[in-house]
Every structure is written in C-alpha cells, then in structure tokens.
Design a protein around this ligand. Structure first.
Ligand SMILES: Nc1nc2c(ncn2[C@@H]2O[C@H](COP(=O)(O)OP(=O)(O)OP(=O)(O)O)[C@@H](O)[C@H]2O)c(=O)[nH]1
Length: 803
C-alpha cells in the first residue's frame, strides 16, 4: 500500500465530523432544553398576563352592568307616584329622563300583564308587545328585584340586546310596572373598552353566557348564537362551560390554529369573559430566538469542526509518522526500532508498546509454528488416524496415517464432510459418536465395519474441543486399527477354549498361577475334586482355594517355580471326604527375557499309584512261596536291628538255618512236596519265635532269624533248641508223614564293630559246623562284647557242642 504520509482522510473526516456533530448535538440539546424551559415559563407569564387582563376586562363589564342597574334603579326611584299607577304618567315621566338614553339603547315599561306601556325611543308605541312569557319579566315579577337578562333579540328593534329590568312598586310594595333598559350589542359601545383589551394584534376577547350563548364577539354575526354552533366545542370552551377559570392552550376547531385561551366568570351574571391569543403570535419572539439559537449552534459547530480539523491534524501527525514507519517495516525498508518515535507522550509509548508487542507476537508466532510443526510431526508419526472435525462435520486436520491406512491423501479430506469422504453408511454408523462429542462428551468406542472398501475393526476416541465460552466448535478424533489384535484375541480365545476343553477332561487339576499367587486359570477338575467352580478361580488367591495347610506345602515350590525351576511335591489332601495323595508338578512359563509370566501346575491323584507301589515294595520284600520275609527284607531288617542294638547297646543274635537233606525230599517226593515242606518249615519257625523277631527265607532251603534283645549267655542256645524242637515233629504232607530236621547256626552280635556281613558269615560258619556235626543240631557262636576277637569257630563249636 502506498504511503501518503498522512492518516487516511476518512479517519480525520470521521474525527472532525464527530466533533462537529457532537458540538451541534450539544448546542441543539442545550438550546432546545433552554428554549423549552423558556417557552414553558413564557407561556406561564403570558397565561398570567392573560388572566390579569381578562380579570380586569370582566371587572370592567361587571362595573358597566352595575352602573346600568344603578342607573335604572335611580330612574325608578325618581319616578313620581302617578307614574307608578298610570301608564300615561309613566310614559311622560320617562320622556323627562332622556339622560338614561346615553347608557341604554332604549328604556321601556311593561304593565303587570306584560303589555308594553311606555318606550323612551318610541313614544308612539307603534306596535303592541306583550312579554308576559319572557323569563326576565316573570323573574322580575316574582322576585320584585332587578334582573340582567341573557342576550336576546329585541322584538321592538330586532337587534341583539341585553336587557336590564327594574320593578316599579306601588305603596304596598306590589309591582305595578317593569322597566326594561336594553343595550344594543351591535351598535352600542358597551363592549368597546372591553374589545380594546384584546391580546396582541390577532387576539380577541369575547363573552358568552354560562350556557354558551355568545354575548359579545368580534364576529358580530355570531351574537346570540351558541359558541359550538359552527364547528363544535373545542377543549378549552368545554372546560370553560364546565366551570373552568384560568388559561389553557387548545387547538381551534375553526382552523385558526392553536391558541392560548383564558376564561373568567363575570361576578354579576356568571357569564364567561374569554380571550383567545394565537400561539403563533404569542410565541413569535420565541420562534425567532430558536432560529437564532440554531444558527448560533451551527456557527459554533462549524467553528468547532474547523478547530477539530486543525487539532486532529496537529495531534495525529506523530501517529501518521508511526503509521509510515509501520509501512516501511512491513515492506522491509526499516526495522522495528523505527517505531521508537521518540516522543514522550502516549504516541511515544504506543510506539514502544508496538515494538514490544510485535517482538512478543513474533516470538509467540515462532513458538506456535514450532509447536504446530512438532504436533504435526507427532501426529504424522503416530500409527493411528488423527483428525479434527468441526461442528459441520468437516475435516479441518488430518494426519499422514490416512494415506498409510486408507490410501487417501490427508490434504484431500480438508474441508470435506465425513459423508463426502466415506459415504452415508459410514456417516450413519459414526453419527451418534460425533453428535455425542459435539455435545461435549468424551467418546471411546470399538466398532467394526467397512471403511473405504476395507473391513476394519477400529478403536476410536473422540475428544470435544471446548472453546473458552464452553461451546464445542469441533472435536479431535484418534482411530486405531485393531483388526489384527481382535483377530489375535479371537484366535487366543479359540485356543483357550480348546485348552479348556482338553484340560477339563484330564483326570488332574490343571491351573495357571500368576506371580501374585493368584489363579489365572483352572480346569473343571477343581469342581470335581475340590468343589471349587473354576469360573471363580481367575484372580482368586491360591491359599483361598486350596487351604492354609496345603498352601504351606505348596508355597516353597511355587516360589522356586517363579525363579524358573521346574518343581514338584506330594502332599496329602482331602478330596471330598477321602484323604488322597496329590502329586503336583510346577512348570514355569518363561518369557523371552527369562522372567516367569505364570506357573502351570499339574496335580495328579497318586493315591492308587502309591498303594500299588507300596504293594509292590512289600511284595518285593516277601518270599512268594512261604510269605515270610525274603533276603532283601532280611538284609534291611538286619541292618536296622544292628543299628538299634548299637544305639541301645542291646544284644542281638542271628540264626542261619538249613533243612537237612532237602534235596532228597525233592528227589523222592517231588518238588511240590518240597514246597510244602518249605512252607510248613517257615510256618513253624514263625510260630516258635517272638513277633518282634524276623524270620526270612534267604534261598532254597536256607532260612534266617534275627533275634533282638537276646540275653547272654544262654538265651541264644535256648532259642536254637526251641527251633530244632519246633521242627522235630514229623511234617504232615499229602504224601504222608515225613520227618524233617534242620541244622541251625547262631551268631551272637559281637559289638559295635561288627557289620551285617560279618555277623551273617559267623552264623553261616556256625551252621556249617552244625551240619558237619551230623545235622539236626545247632552251633552257637557266642562271642563276648568288646574288641572283636579272632574268629575261632572251631573253639566255639566245641564249646557249644559240649553244652
Ligand atoms: N521243592 C523245592 N526245592 C528247592 C527249592 N529251592 C531249592 N530246592 C532244592 O533244595 C535242595 C537243596 O539241597 P542242599 O541244601 O544243597 O542239600 P541237602 O540235600 O539239603 O543236604 P544238606 O544241606 O547237606 O543236608 C536242592 O536240591 C534244590 O534243588 C524250592 O523252592 N522248592
């Protein structure tokens, strides 16, 4: 824009016009107010003047009428006695009082019957006249007093007149004649003085009776007519006829314009003396004053305008300079410092403030640009659709993801409505959300559908944009494509369902436990085994479901499993009413970083397995033929008995037995008979010892017996003899009675240094000696306690044999 060096003309013109209008308005208002007040006051003054003037005029008429009354009364008084009786005498007497003719147009006399009997002007009484029906006549007769009659048209002169009567009384005081003096309203000068008192040049006075009959008026044609006979009763007259006295302003109904009307009642007749003063004449000076005031105001306004123009030019010059500098700065011809115009007034401060503001605005703009750039960068790199939609549902901002996800140029959406871009179906699907956001609600919703020909599952957030006044000009939209996640969730749900189906039919408790030791999952076996609904398990503390006691056992394993170790434990637990043995295996679910997401627990009921296992173990320790302990159990028992003997320092003895010539039994009677012998032999052994002693079949026809708490020195021998004695009775076989004998070698435990093998060897050696001694006997190796002596079976055998 080209700089002119001046402020725009319109500004100066407006300023100047403003001052002119202001001065004009102020002058006009003040003048109008002053004139209005003056007019009001002046009307008051004029009204008061009019009242005074009219009061004087009314008093003058009253005085005139009073004079006429007095004059007629004086005339009547002066008449001779004869004139009061005789009409002729009366006529003559009247002629002698011609002086009254100066005041009355005519003076006549009527008899009691109303007949005209005398007339001052017409002595010949050229016509007959009877006024017996006239009100003034009747009133004079009845009151015997003088009467001023309302105006009427004289029957004698045919002129409008006002009559004043005076009764002529005889000696008795009765009315004999009535004198009547008439005043010609057309020609006499009765109202002459009164008329001269008219206000202004165009104003006039008039008189009417209290009924509105005009007695005097500048327009003589209106005499005796009613005041309203021409154009109705104006407001002022109406008021006057109603009794109003004073002044008022009213519009004439006869087209004379507005006027000030003044009314005053005559004291003598109650007639109304009135004055009309045309407003135009009354206020002519005021009108002139108003014109002068307007002229003066206009001159003042013109002078003020001129002065204002000059002042504006002078005061606005620095502002023009500032404006010129602003233009230079905008076109790059000057820098911001040019705005420091130097003046130490408001404009100087304005320049400095402008510099400051422009700097702050530039800084704010730079910040805004940077902020917008950052926001744009962030929005464009967020993997979600981000947009701003205004209240007309038009896109105002869109990020780059629109291109990536939907293949549309985000800029092409700007200014278009949702309906334009996506079509009516999509618009209808999201309409409720958009309306809710525009109503100020935050919206979070997941919906599936087709967007631009692509099926998607979208998670959408709509956030209303609140203006400072609380209105919502638009809303922000963030839409995430969660189709893959939804698919994964569906897959996972299917997988979980399969897993549930499988695990529900396993004869085991299967569960997943979180790091907080709360269940994440449990199969249907929880219901069957523990009476716990698996649906209630997720989130439930493990301790609640399995009880304090079981949890105390499980917890250490659980802790180790959460360290990443596969652990297991067994524990007894109540399943229903039964006590069961449960074996649990805890398998950590390791994440890639090695942490444990959860621990899977598989718990099996091992009660039956355990029973079978114990049964197998028991079977493995029993001799299948005889039912007594086998070699394995014998070895265990011997070791345990030796440990006890050492601990308690109690004596122990081991017997080693062999059936004599058993081979020949088999050979002669058969292997079955041999078995029967073995069973009977075992039974007799078991019966001959204490229940705490252990009888075992070591192999073939070899047996052993562990004796605990054997009292030295003779009890071993006693035992040996009891055994041999128990076998000695013949065996009752199916084949018949069979004598069976056995040989027994007994070794007494030598002390702490002796092990099972050593003890067994010594017993075996004693058995060998018993066999060698001819069988069916025993040998006891009874070695004394203390340091182990050199084994000398021969000596022992000899000793035993000697016993
Ligand atoms: N019926 C039967 N015979 C067995 C069983 N086990 C081993 N035998 C036999 O028992 C016999 C054992 O004989 P030996 O102890 O060697 O000899 P013996 O005939 O008893 O002679 P001495 O012991 O010297 O008196 C053998 O013939 C084995 O075959 C078994 O379970 N049942």
């Amino acid at each position: 824009m080209a700089m002119t060096g001046f402020l725009p003309r319109s500004l100066k013109f407006r300023l100047t016009s403003f001052v002119v209008v202001l001065v004009l308005a102020a002058t006009s208002i003040v003048t109008t107010l002053a004139l209005t007040v003056a007019e009001r006051d002046m009307k008051g003054v004029i009204g008061s003047q009019q009242i005074n003037l009219l009061s004087g005029a009314a008093a003058f008429i009253d005085e005139q009428l009073k004079n006429r009354l007095n004059l007629l009364a004086a005339l009547a008084e002066s008449l001779p006695e004869a004139a009061r009786r005789d009409p002729e005498a009366l006529r003559q007497a009247l002629q002698t009082h011609a002086t009254v003719s100066a005041e009355f147009t005519n003076v006549v006399a009527f008899g009691r019957d109303g007949e005209l009997v005398a007339s001052l002007r017409d002595s010949g009484l050229s016509r007959s006249l009877n006024v017996s029906s006239r009100p003034y006549f009747l009133q004079t007769l009845s009151t015997k007093r003088a009467v001023i009659a309302p105006p009427l048209r004289s029957r004698l002169s045919n002129l409008p007149v006002v009559l004043i009567t005076q009764p002529l009384l005889d000696k008795k005081g009765e009315v004999q004649f009535v004198l009547a003096g008439s005043i010609d309203l057309l020609h006499s000068d009765f109202f002459q003085q009164f008329d001269l008192l008219r206000p202004g040049k165009t104003g006039y006075l008039y008189v009417m009776t209290s009924d509105g009959v005009i007695v005097n008026h500048p327009d003589k044609s209106r005499l005796l007519g009613h005041v309203a006979s021409r154009s109705g009763t104006d407001q002022a007259t109406e008021k006057a006829l109603a009794g109003f006295e004073g002044w008022t302003e009213a519009e004439s109904l006869e087209g004379d314009g507005p006027g000030i009307y003044t009314f005053k009642r005559l004291a003598s007749t109650n007639w109304i003396a009135a004055a009309r003063y045309p407003t135009s004449e009354a206020f002519a000076p005021m009108k002139a004053m108003r014109q002068q005031a307007i002229l003066l105001a206009s001159v003042c306004a013109a002078l003020a305008g001129l002065l204002a123009w000059l002042m504006v030019l002078r005061f606005l010059r620095p502002l023009e300079t500032l404006r010129a500098h602003l233009g230079d700065i905008r076109h790059g011809h000057a820098d911001l410092e040019a705005l420091h115009v130097g003046a130490k007034d408001e404009i100087g401060e304005l320049g400095a403030a402008l510099v400051e503001d422009v700097r702050e605005r530039d800084a704010a703009l730079r910040q805004l640009e940077a902020s917008e750039k950052r926001a744009r960068l962030i929005a464009d790199n967020i993997p979600a659709l981000i947009s701003y939609i205004d209240k007309d549902l038009r896109y105002r901002f869109t990020n780059e993801h629109y291109q990536f996800l939907l293949g549309v140029d985000p800029k092409s959406l700007l200014g278009r409505t949702v309906n334009d871009v996506f079509g009516g179906e999509v618009d209808a699907r999201w309409r409720d959300c958009m309306e809710a956001a525009l109503a100020g609600q935050r919206v979070h919703v997941e919906r599936e559908g087709e967007e631009l020909g692509r099926y998607m599952h979208l998670m959408v957030d709509m956030v209303p944009d609140f203006a400072p006044d609380g209105s919502v000009p638009g809303f922000y939209v963030m839409a995430n494509d969660i189709t893959e996640r939804k698919m994964a969730e569906l897959t996972q749900a299917a997988s979980q369902k399969r897993l549930q189906l499988i695990t529900d039919h396993l004869p085991a408790l299967v569960s997943a436990i979180g790091p907080d030791h709360r269940f994440q999952f449990g199969n249907a076996a929880f219901q069957r085994w523990l009476g716990v609904d698996p649906n209630t398990l997720p989130g439930r503390p493990v301790v609640d479901a399995i009880g304090e006691a079981h949890y105390a056992i499980a917890k250490p394993c659980l802790d180790r499993a959460f360290q990443g170790e596969v652990t297991s434990y067994e524990a007894k637990a109540k399943v229903g009413e039964e006590s069961r043995i449960l074996a649990s295996t805890l398998i950590p679910d390791l994440r890639q970083d090695g942490s444990v997401a959860a621990v899977y627990v598989l718990t099996s009921d091992m009660t039956h397995v355990k029973a079978v296992e114990e049964q197998l173990i028991e079977l493995a320790r029993r001799d299948t033929l005889t039912g007594i302990a086998n070699r394995r159990m014998f070895e265990e028992t011997l070791q345990q008995a030796l440990d006890r003997a050492r601990r308690r320092d109690s004596p122990l003895a081991l017997a080693y037995l062999d059936i004599d010539h058993f081979k020949s039994i088999n050979d002669t009677l058969g292997h079955g008979a041999g078995d029967d012998v073995l069973k009977e032999f075992a039974m007799r052994l078991t019966a001959s010892v204490r229940s705490t002693d252990t009888v075992a079949r070591l192999a073939g026809d070899e047996f052993a017996i562990v004796f605990e708490n054997v009292l030295p020195p003779d009890e071993a021998t006693t035992l040996a003899e009891r055994i041999v004695g128990a076998i000695r009775p013949a065996f009752n076989l199916q084949t018949g009675m069979l004598p069976v004998t056995c040989s027994v070698g007994i070794a007494v435990h030598a002390g702490p240094g002796e092990n099972p093998a050593g003890l067994l060897a010594r017993a075996d050696a004693a058995l060998y000696d018993a066999k060698r001694n001819g069988r069916n006997g025993y040998v006891v190796d009874e070695r004394p306690a203390g340091p182990r002596p050199v084994l000398n079976p021969a000596a022992n055998r000899a000793a035993s044999a000697n016993r």
